[in-house]
Design a protein around this ligand. Structure first.
Ligand code: ZN
Ligand code: ZN
Ligand code: ZN
Length: 190
């Protein structure tokens, strides 16, 4: 029943890579994330309690990492909890089961776009807008596994954090120098 692991993108309604840095139907993307979480919890007999579900939903609202206290503020506003352990326990559950990742560099959490597939966590972190995308490339996992294996090293967890600037921010920076923000890209050709 589980995903066959190879290129099968036809049958399973895969969450098809989270295009964090591109314009996309984010409502659909959020919905797919929640649906994937529900499937995963049902398959593994895990309880997606209202608080766990809501924390995940909050994380799915933007392709940005959120700190535990920002999430707690939201829960408090919604009357779902006001004590830090509430949010930490929910985050622990979500990260343990691969529904969210912890981004060390930002001391924050990010919803995972493909929790049903085992994958090394590799993040692209835009230092301007704070958007965080996950690298969806299984050859990266393989390269890390091979490199570790060559040194007879047993991996317990892989997290790669790449800092930089997304294309939108670079475009805006370029536009900012030449004219209004949404100016057509009519820069002179070389
Ligand atoms: Zn989205
Ligand atoms: Zn992930
Ligand atoms: Zn950016």
């Amino acid at each position: 029943m589980s995903t066959p692991g190879n290129t099968a993108d036809s049958t399973v309604e895969s969450t098809a890579a989270t295009p964090a840095f591109d314009r996309h139907d984010h409502a659909r993307c959020t919905h797919a994330g929640m649906a994937a979480a529900e499937r995963l919890c049902a398959a593994r007999k895990l309880r997606l309690t209202p608080v766990r579900a809501r924390v995940l939903e909050i994380l799915l609202e933007a392709h940005q990492a959120m700190g535990a206290y920002d999430i707690l503020d939201r829960l408090r506003e919604e009357g779902l909890g006001s004590q830090p352990p509430v949010v930490y326990r929910a985050l622990e559950f979500l990260t343990k089961h691969g529904l969210a990742h912890r981004i060390e560099k930002l001391n924050a959490y990010l919803a995972c776009g493909r929790p049903e597939e085992r994958h090394a966590a590799c993040f692209l972190i835009c230092e301007d807008c704070g958007t965080v995308g996950e690298v969806e490339d299984s050859t990266l996992d393989a390269a890390i596994v091979n490199a570790a294996g060559a040194q007879d090293f047993q991996i317990s967890e892989t997290v790669v954090e790449v800092a930089g600037r997304c294309h939108t921010c670079r475009d805006e920076a370029t536009a900012g120098k030449t004219g209004p923000r949404n100016a057509a890209p009519e820069k002179a050709a070389p």
